[in-house]
Design a protein around this ligand. Structure first.
Ligand code: AMP
Length: 389
């Protein structure tokens, strides 16, 4: 029996992020209840899982009765449900932060109001507005749904002005109006992310910046710490802190950035632990999952320093051979317990090294052992040409 009562943490969403939160939270004396619309959500393999719709107030009431507070693994929980819950139990991050992060227009408008650079953008509700926006922003540009887009879904790239009608049909589903946003297409040199955490008392900490590579809009590879000048690091951290303070944010969040000609533009924020921070489980003193729980549980925040150098590879669709991977020193395996399906994130591996040379040789071995040389190539490329990322 525990020396004291376990803290009961509710998580809205029961996917791999909830699963990794629960695994990190058990040593802190927390037990978890997840709520998900999928009865087989993979978090249910390591914690209690309630199967219900996020709009079902009876289910939310039962959930609220069984937990001390709630947090999220999924940012698209209806904002109304988050508000409803927040009237009954503490919810971290607060529903306003969730609502802003759910809407690309609200999010970019907030960034702009805080002096944070963004790609040029226009709200688009009709085909006529899309035409006007394209004539102002130009091409190439990207039309996105304001809500419910993730991993490159709900996006249409316009290469020339003739693409306007096809883009409208693709994202409006042929309706007369739809909530969309047009953004200029940024020819970035690098994609970077800040993973940061803010405590209940407003203390702000961040992990070293991470460099990310996407494949078909989905994160494929991350490398950390990214090699970034002090000036650019300060710019990224000022952005992240300004957003967190403005939203009175509690917990871990990610700010995704494009580096363009020495400047940073904010793409979006994720109001939760983030895929580009998975390397922190083995590669940092305290992981994003543990620090998220420390923040929401009102515990002191942990050290966010990196332990050496790390690369994270996402397994999309199906898992490679863990026997071959785990035979390589410094490789850590994460099987989310999900069935294979094209495009689905089913696991990841993190490769750690004491220095860039060791990471490079381990990553190269892993690429060969798993026949994933193309996936690891961008990281090996930068490690050969510079010290890291
Ligand atoms: P998102 O769903 O907004 O995170 O977009 C997924 C990926 O699409 C990003 O990580 C980028 O690789 C790419 N992308 C999104 N927006 C833009 C943009 N405005 N310019 C260039 N690439 C973009």
């Amino acid at each position: 029996m525990s020396a004291r009562e376990l803290v009961r943490v509710g998580i809205l969403g029961g996917g791999q992020l909830a699963r990794m939160l629960a695994l990190a939270g058990a040593p802190l004396g927390a037990k978890f209840l997840m709520l998900d619309t999928d009865a087989n959500a993979c978090g249910g393999q390591v914690a209690a899982l309630m199967h219900a719709d996020y709009r079902d107030h009876d289910a939310l009431a039962r959930f609220a009765n069984q937990v001390d507070f709630a947090t999220f693994d999924f940012e698209n929980v209806p904002a109304d449900s988050a508000h409803w819950l927040a009237e009954r139990i503490p919810v971290y991050p607060n529903p306003r932060a969730l609502a802003v992060a759910q809407d690309r227009l609200a999010e970019k408008t907030l960034f702009q109001s805080l002096g944070i650079g963004t790609p040029a953008f226009r709200a688009v509700d009709t085909l006529a507005e899309l035409r006007a926006a394209v004539s102002e922003i130009g091409v190439p540009s990207i039309l996105k749904t304001r809500r419910l887009g993730y991993d490159g879904k709900g996006q249409y790239r316009l290469r020339n002005v003739e693409d306007v009608d096809a883009a409208w049909v693709a994202l409006s589903g042929g309706r007369d109006s739809a909530s969309l946003i047009l953004e200029s297409f940024v020819r970035f040199q690098r994609e970077l992310s800040v993973i940061a955490v803010r405590s209940r008392s407003g203390e702000f900490r961040h992990w070293p910046l991470t460099r990310n590579w996407h494949h078909e809009g989905v994160l494929s590879l991350s490398l950390a710490p990214a090699s970034v000048t002090d000036t650019m690091t300060a710019e990224a951290l000022n952005y992240a802190k300004a957003v967190a303070d403005q939203l009175d944010y509690v917990g871990v969040f990610a700010l995704e950035l494009f580096e363009v000609d020495g400047r940073l533009l904010a793409n979006e924020m994720a109001p939760r632990v983030h895929n580009s921070g998975h390397w922190t489980i083995e590669g940092a003193e305290c992981s994003q999952f543990e620090n998220h729980l420390r923040a929401v549980m009102g515990l002191p925040l942990g050290d966010t320093a990196a332990r050496g150098y790390s690369a994270m590879l996402n397994w999309i669709g199906d898992l490679p051979d863990e026997q071959a991977a785990l035979a390589i020193p410094g490789v850590h395996w994460h099987d989310y317990g999900k069935s294979s399906r094209p495009g689905r994130k089913v696991g990841h591996a993190t490769v750690c090294g004491h220095d860039p040379d060791q990471l490079q040789s381990r990553l190269q071995r892993l690429g060969v052992a798993l026949d994933r040389e193309t996936q690891v190539a961008p990281a090996l490329g930068v490690m050969r040409s510079s010290r890291i990322a």
